[in-house]
Design a protein around this ligand. Structure first.
Ligand code: 3EB
Length: 328
C-alpha cells in the first residue's frame, strides 16, 4: 500500500542550539526561533515566533527534511518542501484587513487556495500566534473573532481530518497574525482525547464558530504532533487560578492523547520521554521557577522543553503545552 501515513517518513524534529550567526544546515525544512531578539535568520525556512523564552532561550526547533529542500513564494505564502512534506507560513498585518477576524479569514483563505494547488494537500499541524488574544468582551474577544475568521476563510476547504493546532497570544503590541503549518501528501490520522470533548464540538458559549482542530495528528508511525493542551476536561476549564493543578491536568491530557495514539502506532513511545519536545506557554512570567520545578517533578528526566511567556486563548487558563512526540 502506498500513500498512507504508515509508509511516510519524518520529519524529525529536534530542539537545538545553533551558533550565531545562524546558518541553517541544508537538510532543514523549517527552523522556529523564539523571542523578539532571537537571532534573525535571513532564510525563508526560518519562522521567528515573538514569544519571549523564559527557559530554553536560544533553542531552535528544527524540522529536518528527508532529501532535497525546495523553496518558494506564492502570494501571501512562503514555503519549503521536500519529497514528503511542506512547511509554509503567512504573516500579515491585521490593520491592512480591518482586524483579527478579517485577517484570519484572509490568511486561512490563502492557506486553503494554496493547499488546493500544491501536491501536499493535507494540512497536518498549524500554529497561530497573534497579539492580545484575550482582549475584547464576550464574542468580541480577539480569540473568538479569530475562530470566526478561521472558519470563514477555510470555507468549503473545511474538512476532516482537521489539523492539530495551537492558538496563542503574544503581548508585544505588534498586530501581525502569524500562521505557519506542516502539510503532507497523504492524510495523517487525527487523534482525539477521551478526557475532552472534541474542540470542534464545543458548545456555543466558547465561540460563535467552534475551533476547528484535532487534539493531535499522527503524522507518521513515529511522530505525533499534539495540539495546544490545557487544563480542560470535557469542555470546561478546570482549576481556575491554580497553576500547579492546571499543569497536572494538562499533563494528564497529554498522556491520555499519547496513550491513545500509541495504541494505534506501536512504534510511538507510550510515555512522554526524551523524544518529546514541549512548548510550555506560561501566562505569568514570574511563575517560571515554579513551572520548572513542577516540570522536573512530573516529567521523566531529559524531556526537552522551552517555556514561553504567552497568553492562552481562554482567560482562565494559566498554562498550555504543545508537544511533538516521536520515536528515535
Ligand atoms: C482548548 O483545549 C485550548 O483554536 O486552534 C488549543 C489548541 C486551544 C488550539 C485553536 C485552541 C486552539 O480548547 C485552546
Amino acid at each position: 500500500m502506498t500513500g498512507s501515513p504508515r509508509d511516510t517518513p519524518g520529519p524529525v524534529i529536534e530542539y537545538r542550539r545553533l551558533e550565531a550567526p545562524v546558518a541553517l544546515p541544508d537538510d532543514v525544512l523549517c527552523a522556529v526561533t523564539f523571542g523578539a531578539r532571537s537571532e534573525s535568520v535571513d532564510d525563508p525556512r526560518c519562522v521567528r515566533v515573538g514569544l519571549e523564552p523564559l527557559a530554553g532561550g536560544g533553542l531552535v526547533e528544527v524540522w529536518h527534511a528527508s532529501g532535497r529542500v525546495h523553496r518558494g513564494y506564492d502570494g501571501l505564502v512562503r514555503y519549503t518542501h521536500d519529497e514528503h512534506h511542506l512547511a509554509a507560513a503567512i504573516e500579515i498585518d491585521e490593520s491592512r484587513y480591518g482586524g483579527i477576524a478579517a485577517a484570519a479569514q484572509v490568511a486561512y483563505a490563502a492557506m486553503a487556495s494554496f493547499q488546493a494547488a500544491v501536491q501536499f494537500p493535507q494540512v497536518l499541524r498549524v500554529w497561530n500566534y497573534f497579539d492580545a488574544i484575550n482582549e475584547g468582551d464576550g464574542d468580541g474577544e480577539r480569540y473568538r473573532q479569530f475562530c470566526v475568521g478561521r472558519t470563514a476563510g477555510l470555507g468549503d476547504a473545511l474538512a476532516k481530518p482537521y489539523p492539530a493546532a495551537t492558538a496563542i497570544g503574544r503581548r508585544d503590541g505588534d498586530r501581525t497574525l502569524q500562521v505557519y503549518w506542516l502539510a503532507g501528501r497523504v492524510p495523517g490520522r487525527a487523534i482525539e482525547n477521551p478526557r475532552q470533548v472534541s474542540a470542534y464540538l464545543y458548545p456555543r458559549r466558547y465561540s460563535p464558530s467552534p475551533p476547528v482542530f484535532s487534539r493531535a495528528m499522527l503524522v507518521s508511525p513515529e511522530l505525533l504532533m499534539i495540539s495546544g493542551t490545557a487544563s480542560v476536561v470535557g469542555h470546561a476549564s478546570h482549576h481556575t487560578g491554580d497553576l500547579q493543578r492546571q499543569l497536572e491536568e494538562t499533563l494528564r491530557n497529554l498522556r491520555a492523547v499519547i496513550q491513545r495514539a500509541a495504541a494505534l502506532a506501536p512504534r510511538l513511545p507510550a510515555e512522554l520521554s526524551h523524544n518529546s519536545r514541549l512548548k510550555v506557554y506560561l501566562r505569568d512570567a514570574s511563575a517560571v521557577a515554579q513551572i520548572e520545578q513542577l516540570l522536573r517533578a512530573e516529567l521523566p528526566p531529559g524531556v526537552p522543553y522551552v517555556v514561553l511567556a504567552a497568553d492562552v486563548c481562554r482567560a482562565d487558563l494559566l498554562v498550555e503545552i504543545d508537544c511533538q512526540h516521536g520515536a528515535g
